[in-house]
Design a protein around this ligand. Structure first.
Ligand code: SF4
Ligand code: SF4
Length: 424
């Protein structure tokens, strides 16, 4: 209970005002008190006081959360609600362990080129046996009901060649980047699992944009999963190992910036690594040196590189709306920069949707632990996209892209989902 005990003081800051109820996407759907941060904090307090145990009901309530951070951002007393809920999850994992399947996946994601990549390579070949083309852009539907997945869920196809294995990307691994004059800035690209296994095209568009902005790009080959999925599920031990592996992978080269096109990974690299590894003074300075260089790709392009694309407006107009990923807008404060990138796209007219910063429903492992609830949250987002009339919904997180594609398909909204860098 040690991690949780440290949060007792934080729990005591909650004055039960209920402001967090009005902004919580889970409360909007299921209404009951335990869905809200206030309710969860009361439960965790009871658990710490020994009034309740690690029951199924307790675990269900602490999992009913996307960790979107809306409660934390709106709490008048500044309670670290998501920190408390994450600590409660970590405590339950410490006591009960991680489900075997999740543990296997997390352990293998520790090595991007290892068993996981091999298993996924086989899965890439087998996917047509289990799934059929959904006749919508970038989506597969299962041919029959599958455990966890169900049979009407739109899934992203696995990439034929993973991003980190593309020949042109391998050439950009540290040591392979030739002809560096060091007159230009040197930027290391962190792909993350979404881009590596599912959306290499987003990685390619990112590198293209960085090159157009005039920097030298390196893609360190020893990078692994950022650890955010493991951390969200409460597996702090694996998340810490992943953080350390990544720091070592990027310490092997010398970079002016480290950038990513995944909002969730970006939050992990900037903030989670500090939290997980900043205990000893030696580690603290290594993490600080790493984290201080991390920028979301739109932040880097707009604020540091002052990139301005040569926009062409002689083609058809494209009406684009933007979904703010929680981990970028609310949690990193990066809202204007992705919109600036969108506006650089040929023929683009940016049209804001209602509630652009409300959660898409994916986060906090909810789309795995309670898929139907996560999709109910996505419904509100899908309706906002429909009402905007946009033909493209752009965002800055591969995870949100997967959830939005599934949700738009489920609720019959025709808009195409793209990453902001794909508009350049
Ligand atoms: S808004 Fe903050 S203080 Fe108010 S109930 Fe929620 S967590 Fe407690
Ligand atoms: S993090 Fe989001 S989903 Fe979780 S309790 Fe807070 S507002 Fe609700």
């Amino acid at each position: 209970m040690s991690g949780l005990n440290l949060l007792r003081e934080e729990l005591n800051k909650c004055v039960r005002c209920g402001t967090c109820r009005s902004v919580c996407p889970v409360v909007w759907i299921i209404g009951r008190e335990t869905a809200s941060a206030r309710g969860k904090l009361a439960l965790i307090q009871s658990y710490l006081n020994g009034e309740i145990g690690l029951s199924e009901t307790y675990l269900k309530h602490i999992k009913e959360c996307t960790l979107c951070g809306a409660c934390k951002a709106n709490c008048p007393n500044g309670v670290n609600t998501t920190g408390i809920i994450s600590a409660a999850r970590a405590d339950s994992v410490e006591k009960l362990g991680v489900p075997i399947a999740a543990s296997l996946v997390f352990k293998n994601l520790l090595n991007t080129g290892g068993l996981m990549a091999g298993a996924l390579r086989i899965a890439t070949r087998l996917q047509s046996l289990l799934f059929k083309d959904a006749n919508v852009e970038r989506g597969l539907l299962s041919r029959f009901a599958l455990p966890v997945i169900g049979n009407n869920r739109l899934l992203p196809p696995l990439a034929r060649t993973f991003f980190l294995e593309l020949p042109e990307v391998r050439e950009m691994a540290e040591g392979g980047a030739t002809g560096s004059t060091r007159k230009t800035l040197r930027v290391a690209f962190y792909a993350g699992c979404g881009i590596n296994y599912l959306m290499p095209e987003v990685g390619k568009a990112s590198i293209e944009a960085l090159k157009k902005a005039g920097v030298e790009v390196v893609v360190p080959s020893a990078q692994v999963c950022c650890g955010m999925p493991a951390y969200s599920m409460g597996d702090v031990k694996i998340a810490r190992e992943m953080a350390l592996k990544n720091i070592e992978a990027f310490e092997a080269g010398s970079y002016d910036y480290i950038t990513t096109s995944c909002a969730t990974c970006g939050w992990g690299l900037k903030n989670l690594f500090r939290k997980l590894l900043g205990d000893s003074p030696e580690m603290k300075s290594r993490v600080e040196a790493f984290a201080s260089k991390v920028r979301d790709i739109s932040e880097l392009l707009v604020n540091e590189l002052h990139y301005k694309a040569a926009r062409k407006d002689n083609g058809p107009e494209r009406v684009v709306t933007y979904h703010d990923p929680c981990h970028l807008g609310r949690n990193q404060g990066v809202r204007d920069e992705p919109r600036e990138v969108i506006k650089m796209g040929d023929g683009v007219v940016l049209k804001e949707m209602k509630h652009p910063c409300s959660c898409c429903g994916l986060g906090g492992g909810l789309s795995i632990s309670n898929y139907e609830l996560s999709m109910e949250i996505t419904k509100r987002k899908a309706e906002s996209v429909r009402e905007s009339g946009a033909e493209i919904v752009a965002t800055a997180c591969p995870g949100c892209m997967v959830q939005l594609r599934d949700g738009l398909h489920r609720y019959g909204v025709k808009a195409k989902v793209m990453h902001v860098v794909e508009l350049l």
